[in-house]
Design a binder for this molecule. Sequence first.
Ligand SMILES: *Cc1c(COP(=O)(O)O)cnc(C)c1O
Length: 439
Amino acid sequence: MGMRFSSTRNPGTEVSFREAIFAGLAPDGGLYLPTSVPDLTKLLAELDSNASTADIGEVVTSALLAPELSAEAAQRVARRAFTFDPVLVTLTDDIKVLELFHGPTCAFKDFGASFLAAIMEEFLTREASRAVILTATSGDTGSAVAHAFHKRENLEVVILYPSGRVSPLQEKQLTTLGDNITALEVMGSFDDCQRMVKAAFIDRPLNKRLGLTSANSINLGRLIPQAFYYIFAAVRLPADVRRKGPVFCVPSGNFGNLTAGVMARQWGLPIHRFIAATNINKVVPEYLDGGVYSPRASIHTVSNAMDVGDPSNFERLNAIFKGNRENMRSLIEGIFVTDEETRDTIGKVYEERKIFLDPHTALGVRAAMRYLAAKMENVPVVTLATAHPGKFLEVVEEVTGIRPPLPERLQESLRLPKSSVPLKNNPDDLKKFLLQQFG
Ligand SMILES: *Cc1c(COP(=O)(O)O)cnc(C)c1O
């Protein structure tokens, strides 16, 4: 029958992968996880040391999802999704940086979004049906979704964003694609956008008529492909480190990235430990250190994509470790880093290596340094670099005195004309628009 998936809140009900990705959230409000852990130890150990993300994506997807997805389908999906690869850079003797920002929007979220788009396209084409992706964004995540779904067959994408409250570059990334991507410019706040999207999702007749679905970051179809780049990094390490497993340091907000790494380890990828690196929004490090788990309102920091006070994927992590903090702690070390330390690290790394780090990556590097200084265990750390420094050039320029170059892909979208549809901030107007366009 192949792999099945169930909700973190209701292990008894099982669904297929197709059902899990088109539902996004389980009907009981929980998150989907595989019901069993596949053993891919042999397959992973035999991977070539220069395997691309597409190569890894193909064999792992096929191993995980057969027979729901045939080997040919897994190959199609992986080749369509991963037209870009990470780059593994050596920073110091024992710290490497895995640059995940070489995709279409220069952020690691491109990996998850691209795979989800490709696999949804695969299912819909097979069934000759159609879906409408509806999502609200406060800036960054929407553009990864827009670029990933651009020109995918049988898929329409509608993105709501708050007018005047996203950066000019973020707005251009959302509004310049055209074709199957519609940007709705809402006269209101991000909360209004989210409220409108929620209202559309609970409107059952509307849902059915349009085939509404979400592509947000809790979707299992975005989580699974994030495991692939841990494998990509691991196969490139010296043979002894690859065999024993490195430490991965993961700059975390909603903890999707870290959860994907833990899944890769469950499948049999040797990983010594994880560092859960956060900014002052340190709910998880606090919990790991023996405190209570106390989600709360987020605090603004320089690593703003990680300003999360109530991480959505903690529910998944907790389910994987069966609610046992000691088990979680034996694998994951929580480290939080202040804004001051983050800025200091951007400055020092630039001074010493002439390498620009964005604030999220700098935070990770700082956590890795602190970990290495405390542990003396002689295991190298791979830190995930989650965004291109050019996307956070104000902070980077302020600290280093030099403006990091904006990647050509982003400069290109700045040159294109904006095209958005203005919309009032109420759910009825959204419903009217959706019915008019796709009803
Ligand atoms: C989303 C994001 C993160 C946090 O990733 P999670 O999976 O939510 O923990 C870190 N850095 C950047 C640049 C991001 O966009």
